[in-house]
Design a binder for this molecule. Structure first.
Ligand code: HEC
Length: 191
């Protein structure tokens, strides 16, 4: 009798744990048969790393500054906190959003508006010869094939501070990578 009650308690506990931590399939990269990445549906529920505003990698800068919001799934973020490294199958979203100054009670500064685009980066050591792959999604596109190496991969390879990610711009991850010795401080230098 006592043993049964314990069994039931255990079963209820396990069910509660499952309900509390649902493993969403879009937290891991999903590919079509043609090796196209499917757009991750619920990335807005992932961990938010930071926003850039009007970041530009050429001297002239942007006339209409956009926000770039960066997200990573909770499971990959947790692994990074433990090691300063990204586990295989980590994925990242950067979404572009327009910005406005005038609206409602606002007169200064800038707030975010509509989504203008989304780019995704995936670490998958078995699927891609270069281990990291890059995908652009225009409008409501649901799938995307990997961009040529020169278009995205090379800049991330040459300038990112931790593996292929721009942790130099993510204030909560930077001290973690520094602690584990995975941070390339030279990538902070103004170029
Ligand atoms: C000229 C350099 C450069 C090129 C080319 C480039 N990126 Fe990036 N990327 C950056 C920088 C800098 C950041 C950090 C942006 C921020 O903090 O908002 C970034 C951030 C990202 C992130 C967020 C995760 C991370 O790595 O830090 C993704 C996803 C991403 N880029 C995808 C792409 C895709 C897809 C392409 C090609 C279509 C691309 N990038 C091309 C410089 C580049």
């Amino acid at each position: 009798m006592k043993k049964n009650a314990l069994g039931i308690l255990l079963a209820v506990f396990c069910l509660a744990m499952l309900a509390a931590a649902p493993e969403s399939s879009s937290d891991h990269p999903q590919f079509t048969a043609k090796n196209e990445l499917m757009a991750p549906a619920d990335y807005r529920q992932w961990v938010f790393l930071s926003s850039g505003l009007g970041m530009s990698y050429s001297p002239q800068g942007a006339d209409h500054p956009m926000f770039t919001n960066v997200f990573v799934p909770q499971w990959a973020y947790n692994e990074f906190l433990k090691s300063g490294k990204w586990p295989d199958h980590s994925m990242f979203v950067v979404e572009d959003r327009g910005s406005e100054t005038k609206g409602s009670i606002n007169h200064g500064g800038r707030f975010q508006t509509d989504r203008m685009g989304m780019a995704v980066e995936v670490k998958d050591e078995a699927r891609f010869p270069d281990k990291w792959a890059y995908f652009g999604f225009n409008g409501d596109a649901q799938t995307s094939s990997a961009a040529p190496k020169q278009v995205c991969w090379q800049c991330h390879e040459d300038h990112a501070a931790v593996e292929h990610t721009f942790v130099q711009f993510y204030p909560t991850l930077k001290p973690v990578a520094q602690k584990f010795g995975t941070y390339k401080a030279s990538r902070e230098q103004v170029q």
